[in-house]
Design a protein around this ligand. Sequence first.
Ligand code: NDP
Length: 300
Amino acid sequence: MRVLFAADGWDVWAPALREACPEMELVQDAAADSVDAIIYAPNGGGCDFAAYPSAKLVQSLWAGVERIAPDETLTQPLARMVDPSLEQGMVEFCAGWTLRLHLEMDRFAQDGRWRNEAVPPLASARRVTVFGAGALGGAVAKALRRLGFDVATWSASGRSTGDIPALAGQDFDAALARSDIAILLLPDTAGTRDLFDAEAIARMPEGAALINPGRGTLIDDGALIAALDRGHLRHAVLDVFRTEPLPEDHPFWSHDNITVTPHIAAATRPETGAPVAAENIRRAMRGETPLHLVDRSRGY
Ligand code: NDP
């Protein structure tokens, strides 16, 4: 079987993919009608999928597929990346920043002042809502629950994650109202864009904090800054932005109550991502339904 690799990172991905799937002939260029499957990420440039009529699968190397799903040249099934390292990375990112916000670590400056006025509450007194209960949101919710936080998830269908309270689409206001810390792990779709606008943010508790490793489009930037300026929100940790890299003159960079991280929350690693891609390509070759298929009508 011939698989076209159309993404950045050939030097690291090719050995891992060949090890995971020795029967695959991995190429960077091939006669269009000889390609059986395509491994793709937008960092390798655009792809005219219509030029590969015999390809049975497009396997994304990324979890977020908002730049692939709407592509009109795409007629093949599209699978997104669900990878154990991606999950572990996201769990570590969210747990780390949640603990920083929960313990108010930034209160303790090296300035000779003995700040013992208040002891932080235990995690059980801190309500964390994870918006998005998918592969990543579910893993983050479970990890935070293990740390003792009062966790709930919110998703369109109210998808459950073990016995963690699961709120559904219509419960958005209730989900906001219980968000001492909100973690956004939703995809970028028509249904999620600007979900966190001025009205939604105003429904969060006074002094709440927000962590966004989902997508920049989930938040109305101006509404977020206004809420931080008036003290309604105390801090936002932002990993993803409408424009990336975040422009140097963007007000997020200079805001005292915003932490900017450069889209590093979680990455697909070749050693764990390659076996996932290999398994999916084998499935497609056998005529079986690949795992983690994207529903293009929903956009994720
Ligand atoms: P999944 O597709 O597994 O889960 C998506 C979740 O979002 C589901 O629970 C889904 O609900 C919910 N959802 C989608 N649309 C809506 C809506 N309109 N209203 C309410 N809920 C909605 O995705 P993952 O968990 O794997 O990834 C989530 C996102 O994380 C990715 O799309 C990507 O944008 C981002 N990401 C960021 C990274 C980073 O480094 N910053 C790295 C990797 C991913 P339901 O369960 O009902 O379908």
